[in-house]
Design a protein around this ligand. Structure first.
Ligand SMILES: Nc1nc2c(ncn2[C@@H]2O[C@@H]3COP(=O)(O)O[C@H]4[C@@H](O)[C@H](n5cnc6c(=O)[nH]c(N)nc65)O[C@@H]4COP(=O)(O)O[C@H]3[C@H]2O)c(=O)[nH]1
Length: 703
C-alpha cells in the first residue's frame, strides 16, 4: 500500500463522536505514516486545533453540541486555520451537507460509507495539494513583494489583448487607473498606434516565447513621458507586461546624443550628424527616386581673420556665420533628419547644407547664391566690422555619386575649384574636376621634390637704363624643369607653392641663388649688377624674412643695395600695419624695394607715399598697347609723372617694340624691361651682355 510518500508534516486531527470511526480512521492514517490526534466532539476539536495546529482536519459533520460545520467555520476564522485543509465526512446521500461543507470553507469531503482502504491515500493527496497551494501562496507573495519593490506597473493580458489585471507601479509616470483597464481591451485604453504595436508584439511573444518590448510616449500629468513595456509569455496562455517610465533615461540619452552630434561652438549639427543625415537622405532618395544636393561652403579669408584679430573673434565669426546660414536657408530648402537638421559644421570654417527633393540644378545654385549674398553683408563683431566671402562647391545625387562619401568629397572638390576660380564663387562638381585636382595633387608632390632634386633654375631678364642704354640690373625669374612635363612656367606652380607654403623654401632658394649669381657677375665683369627678386605675399609675411635676406647677403657677399625685392600692391595692402614694420626692417638692411605690376591693383597714391619704396614697375598690360592705345599712353605718362613726384624710379615692364621704348623714353621712364631688351635668359647670356657692354656702349632705341 505504501507507494505514496508521506508529506513532511503529518499530524491529522480526527474529530468524530463515534469512537469506532475514530479508531478506524487513526488506523488507516497510521497505515500511510500519518500521526493523528482525536477529538470526540466539536468543542474538543476546536480546543485541540488551537493547541496542536494540525496539518489536516478530518471532521465529521454530525456531532452532538458543536457540529462539524460550526467547527469548520470557526477554524477558518483562526490564525492558522485559514489555509489548513479540512476534509468533512458527510452522510452518503446528503448533497446538502456537501454544499454546506464547501460554504463553511471545507477543502474536500468524504461521504459515508467510507472506503477505508483509500482513506489514508485521500488524506495524503489532500495534504500534498495543500502543500502545493501553500508553496504557490509563498511564491505569489514573493512575486508580489518583488513587484512591489520595483517601480514598474504590471499587468496581464489575455491572448486577445484584454487586461486580466493591472497593478499600478509607483514610478514617476504611473498613468492608468486599474479600473480603467481590467476587463478592457488595450485598444480601449491606449491610443490606437500604441495599442496596435502592443498587439503585434503580444502575438509575437505568444508565438515565440521571446521577451519583447514596446517604447511609446504618453502625456501624463501634463508632461510627455516615455514608457517601455516589456512583454513576457507566462506560459499559461497569457502575457505579463511590465511598464517602466524611461523618461529620465531618454533625457540622458538625448543629452549624450546632443553632445555627440552637436558642434559645441555653433550649436548646429557636427560632421557625424551630417554624415548620418546624408546617409539617411541617400536611402530616402534612393527609395523615392528623388534628387538632392550637397553644398560645401568654406569661408575665403577665415585664416587671415583668425590670425589678425585672434581666435576669439574667429569663434564669434563662426557663430555669426552659422546663424546667418540658418536664417538664409528656408525651412523648405532643408530636411530635418534624425533631429539634426541639414545645416552642419564639419570643422574649421567648413559648413555643409543638404538640399533634399531637388527639382532642378538651378535650385541648388539659387541656394548657393543666397548663401554667398548673406556672407557678403559685413559682420559686426567685438567692435570690428568684418567682411568675408564664401566659396561653395555643389555635388548632386544621383548624377555625381551614389554614396555619401563620394558626394561629400565631390562637393569639397567643387569648393576647391570655386576657390581657385577667384573665391566668392559657387561651382558645381564635374568629373573633369577630379582629374584636374588629381593632377594638382601630383603637381604638389612633384613640387615638394623639385627643390631636393635640383629641378628649379633661374633665368634673368635684363633691366636697362633708358638714358645710358646700360644694362643695370636683371630680374630673377624661376623655372621648374619637370622630369616628365618639361619646363613649367612660374604662373603654373607659384600659386600652388603659395597655397602649400612651399613658396617659403623655394623663395629662399631663389634669393640665395640670385644673390650668388649677382655677386659672381660683379666679380667676373667688374661691374655692379642689381638683382631684382620677386617676393610673394607668403614670403613677405614670413617672420624670418629679414633674417633670410641678411643671411643670403652675408653668405654670398652681395652688397644690400644691389638686391631689389619686388612686391605686388596686393602683398603690401594685405595688412598695412604689419607691412610697415616689415618694410622698415628690410629698409634697415639696406636692400631696395619696388612695387611690381603697378596699375593692376589698388594704385593708391597715399599708400605709395607711406610705403616709401624706391621703384615702381608699370605693369606690362599698360605697355603692350603702346603707342596706339592713347588711354594706356595717358595712364603710363601719369604714373611716370606721379612716381617722379614721389622721387621714385619707374621701370616699364613688357617692352616689346622699339616704338614702345621710344615713347617711354619721351615720357621720361627710367628703366625698361621686356623682350625687346632681352628675354629671360640663362646666366651665361647675361654674362656675355655684361662683357660686351664693358667694351662698347650700345644705344638702346634704334634710329
Ligand atoms: N608678354 C611679355 N612678357 C614679358 C616680357 N618681358 C618679360 N615678360 C614676362 O613678364 C614676367 C615678369 O615677371 P613678373 O611680373 O615679376 O611676374 C612673375 C612673378 O610674379 C612670378 N615669378 C617668377 N619668378 C618668381 C620667383 O622667383 N618668385 C616669386 N615669388 N614669383 C616669381 O611669375 C610671374 C611670371 O613670370 P614669367 O613667366 O617669368 O614672366 C615674366 C617675364 O617672362 C615682354 O616683353 N612681353
Amino acid at each position: 500500500m505504501g507507494t505514496l510518500h508521506s508529506p513532511k508534516r503529518g499530524t491529522v486531527l480526527v474529530a468524530d463522536d463515534d469512537p469506532v470511526m475514530r479508531l478506524l480512521m487513526l488506523e488507516m492514517l497510521a497505515q500511510v505514516g500519518l500521526n493523528a490526534v482525536e477529538a470526540a466532539d466539536g468543542s474538543a476539536a476546536l480546543s485541540c486545533f488551537r493547541q496542536m495546529c494540525p496539518d489536516l482536519v478530518l471532521l465529521d459533520v454530525d456531532m452532538p453540541g458543536v457540529d462539524g460545520f460550526t467547527v469548520c467555520r470557526e477554524i477558518r476564522q483562526m490564525e492558522h486555520g485559514a489555509t489548513v485543509p479540512i476534509i468533512m465526512v458527510t452522510g452518503g446521500d446528503d448533497l446538502e451537507a456537501v454544499t454546506q461543507a464547501y460554504e463553511v470553507g471545507a477543502t474536500d469531503f468524504i461521504s459515508k460509507p467510507i472506503n477505508w482502504p483509500i482513506l489514508g491515500h485521500r488524506v495524503l493527496y489532500v495534504l500534498r495539494a495543500s502543500d502545493a497551494i501553500a508553496r504557490l501562496r509563498i511564491a505569489d507573495a514573493h512575486n508580489r513583494a518583488v513587484l512591489a519593490a520595483i517601480p514598474d506597473t504590471f499587468f496581464r493580458l489575455s491572448p486577445e489583448g484584454f487586461y486580466l489585471d493591472y497593478e499600478q507601479g509607483h514610478g514617476p509616470g504611473a498613468t492608468l487607473a486599474e479600473t480603467r483597464c481590467v476587463g478592457r481591451h488595450v485598444s480601449e485604453v491606449l491610443p490606437a498606434p500604441i495599442a496596435q504595436r502592443l498587439m503585434l508584439e503580444l502575438e509575437c511573444v505568444l508565438d515565440t516565447h521571446d521577451i519583447r518590448s514596446v517604447d511609446y510616449e504618453l502625456f501624463s500629468g501634463g508632461m510627455l513621458h516615455h514608457f517601455e513595456a516589456r512583454l513576457v509569455n507566462t506560459g499559461a496562455g497569457e502575457v505579463l507586461g511590465l511598464v517602466r517610465d524611461i523618461s529620465e533615461r531618454k533625457r540622458t540619452e538625448d543629452q549624450i546624443r546632443r553632445l555627440a552630434y552637436c558642434d559645441s561652438l555653433t550649436g548646429i549639427p557636427n560632421r557625424q550628424a551630417f554624415l548620418e543625415s546624408l546617409e539617411h537622405e541617400l536611402q530616402r532618395s534612393r527609395a523615392g527616386g528623388c534628387k538632392f544636393a550637397v553644398l560645401f561652403m568654406d569661408l575665403d579669408s577665415f585664416k587671415r581673420i583668425n590670425d589678425t584679430l585672434g581666435h576669439n573673434v574667429g569663434d564669434l565669426l563662426l557663430q555669426a556665420v552659422s546663424e546667418r546660414l540658418h536664417e538664409t536657408i528656408r525651412p523648405g530648402d532643408t530636411v530635418s533628419l534624425l533631429g539634426h537638421g541639414s545645416l552642419a559644421r564639419l570643422g574649421g570654417d567648413e559648413f555643409t547644407i543638404l538640399i533634399p527633393d531637388l527639382q532642378q540644378v538651378e535650385d541648388a545654385l539659387h541656394v548657393a547664391q543666397r548663401v554667398k549674398d548673406a556672407m557678403r553683408r559685413p559682420f559686426q563683431l567685438d567692435g570690428h566690422e568684418i567682411f568675408v566671402t564664401a566659396s561653395i562647391g555643389i555635388s548632386l545625387y544621383p548624377q555625381d555619386g551614389e554614396d555619401s562619401s563620394s558626394l561629400l568629397k565631390y562637393a569639397d572638390t567643387a569648393m576647391y575649384h570655386a576657390k581657385n576660380c577667384g573665391k566668392d564663387n559657387a561651382k558645381l562638381y564635374s568629373s573633369s574636376l577630379t582629374m584636374q585636382i588629381m593632377s594638382h595633387v601630383k603637381l604638389e608632390v612633384g613640387l615638394r621634390k623639385a627643390l631636393q632634386n635640383d629641378e628649379l633654375y633661374l633665368l634673368y631678364q635684363p633691366q636697362v637704363d633708358v638714358s645710358s642704354a646700360q644694362l643695370v640690373g636683371v630680374e630673377a625669374l624661376v623655372r621648374w624643369r619637370h622630369p616628365e612635363h618639361g619646363v613649367i612656367p612660374p604662373n603654373e606652380f607659384i600659386p600652388l607653392a603659395e597655397e602649400t607654403g612651399l613658396i617659403v623654401p623655394i623663395g629662399e632658394w631663389v634669393l640665395r641663388t640670385a644673390c650668388k649669381q649677382a655677386r659672381a657677375w660683379q666679380q667676373a665683369c667688374q661691374r655692379p649688377v642689381r638683382m631684382a627678386v620677386n617676393l610673394s605675399a607668403k614670403q613677405f609675411k614670413d617672420e624670418n624674412l629679414s633674417q633670410i635676406v641678411v643671411s643670403a647677403l652675408h653668405d654670398t657677399g652681395l652688397e644690400p643695395r644691389l638686391l631689389e625685392l619686388e612686391l605686388t600692391e596686393g602683398t603690401l595692402m594685405d595688412d598695412a600695419r604689419a607691412t610697415m614694420a616689415t618694410l622698415d626692417q628690410l629698409r634697415g638692411i639696406g636692400v631696395y624695394l619696388s612695387i611690381d605690376d603697378f596699375g593692376t591693383g589698388y594704385s593708391s597714391m597715399s599708400y605709395l607715399k607711406r610705403f616709401d619704396v624706391r621703384a615702381l614697375k608699370i605693369d606690362k598690360s599698360f605697355i603692350s598697347g603702346l603707342p596706339q592705345d592713347s588711354e594706356n599712353a595717358a595712364i603710363t605718362r601719369a604714373i611716370i609723372a606721379m612716381a617722379h613726384g614721389l622721387k621714385m624710379v619707374v621701370v616699364a615692364e613688357g617692352v616689346e617694340t622699339n616704338a614702345q621704348l621710344h615713347l617711354l623714353e619721351q615720357y621720361g621712364c627710367d628703366l625698361v624691361q621686356g623682350f625687346f631688351l632681352g628675354h629671360p635668359s640663362p646666366q651665361e647670356s647675361i654674362a656675355q651682355m655684361l662683357n660686351r657692354q664693358r667694351l662698347l656702349s650700345v644705344p638702346l632705341s634704334g634710329t
